[in-house]
Design a protein around this ligand. Structure first.
Ligand SMILES: [Zn+2]
Length: 347
């Protein structure tokens, strides 16, 4: 018989498994499928191969017992539609988590979003972010506002694509559309970057005419944006990543939780960008700052940081994942994570 392809299968009852091997029983020479559960404790199972590949009947419909889905877990992650947001929770979407180094497999430039019940709020727009978001199942038409920390390419290079994709999704036969007359607020620290981008877009097909508006906003310190419908606010804090006054860290208050997004920053900015009573989640860049320094600063200054997610990761972290994990394990007492592209986190 033909052997089934190794990869991820969905059992007809809904769970996902990975077919690891086809093995032969040493006593009977019967062929067996060896497969691993992609949920719970990830148990490894064996059953006759003929059973693995057979069809079953359910509610009068004949289905394969195991349906091939994709090659591996990372593809599965992209394919699975996102579940409903549980009540009282927010979902973080990480599209790109890499720093502005040369292209690196599996790591795109910085881009993430906060999903609330009534909208999606987007932060930084590195390359590829909107494509990734769409593939991951995020509805780009739920975006209400976009915040850029500073105008370096690894934070703004995908903004044109993001706006362009939003428009594309409002067109054609599958159009759901932002409400006509709807609006996307775009906060960009450097006006000429936004203007240049709009110039570029205006020369694209249909002259980038939209049935909704984009509203440009400068970034200034203090309360920048508020969406009462979502109990959502963004505050900007000027940092010293750039000599000129154009780089910001963002403090995000979302449904009673506080997230600090460092943007790109100098280590000396850390006390300034961290609120006095700390945060539920610190998304801290490591492109310019060492994980050990960050952990020690949090500890020595008794910053109340409940979760530390490393972001904007470059060679320092990516070339030594194990070493970085060891540093975090030994020096940070809360939950920590080295963020990866195409992942989500609910809390
Ligand atoms: Zn950067």
């Amino acid at each position: 018989m033909d052997y089934p392809a190794y990869g991820v299968y969905r059992h007809f009852k809904g769970n996902y498994y990975k077919l690891l091997y086809v093995a032969k029983d040493s006593e009977t020479l019967e062929e067996k499928a060896v497969y691993k559960a992609l949920y719970g404790e990830g148990g490894v199972w064996v059953r006759p191969l003929a059973m693995f590949t057979e069809s079953v009947e359910r509610d009068g419909v004949t289905l394969p017992r195991f349906q091939y889905i994709c090659r591996d877990e990372s593809e599965l992650k992209l394919l699975r539609k996102q579940d409903e947001l549980p009540e009282g929770k927010i979902r973080m979407w990480f599209f790109g988590t890499g720093s502005g180094t040369q292209p690196r497999a599996g790591r795109h430039h910085v881009s993430f979003a906060v999903e609330m019940p009534n909208g999606v709020y987007w932060f930084d727009a590195g390359e590829f972010g909107s494509y990734m978001a769409h593939i991951m199942g995020l509805d780009l038409l739920k975006i209400r506002s976009i915040f850029i920390s500073h105008c370096h390419m690894d934070h703004v290079g995908g903004l044109g694509n993001l706006l362009w994709n939003i428009r594309k999704l409002t067109q054609g036969k599958n159009a759901k559309g932002l409400p006509v007359g709807g609006n996307v607020d775009v906060f960009v620290p450097v006006k000429s970057t936004y203007d240049g981008l709009m110039q570029l877009l205006s020369n694209t097909e249909g002259n980038f005419k939209c049935d909704y508006t984009h509203t440009y906003h400068p970034v200034n310190e203090g309360l920048l944006y508020e969406s009462p419908a979502d109990d959502f606010r963004v505050y900007a804090k000027l940092n010293t990543h750039l000599d000129t006054a154009t780089s910001y860290s963002y403090i995000i208050e979302a449904g009673g939780k506080r997230i600090v997004f460092s943007g790109d920053f100098n280590f000396t900015d850390m006390s300034y960008i961290m609120p006095e009573d700390g945060c539920d989640l610190f998304m801290c860049e490591t492109g310019h700052n060492k994980p050990l320094d960050i952990c020690e600063k949090i500890r020595n200054d008794k910053m109340n940081v409940k979760r530390l997610f490393l972001f904007h990761n470059g060679p320092r972290v990516m070339d030594d994942i194990e070493g970085t994990e060891k540093i975090l394990r030994e020096n940070f007492s809360g939950e920590w994570k080295i963020c990866e592209d195409a992942t989500t986190y609910i809390f």
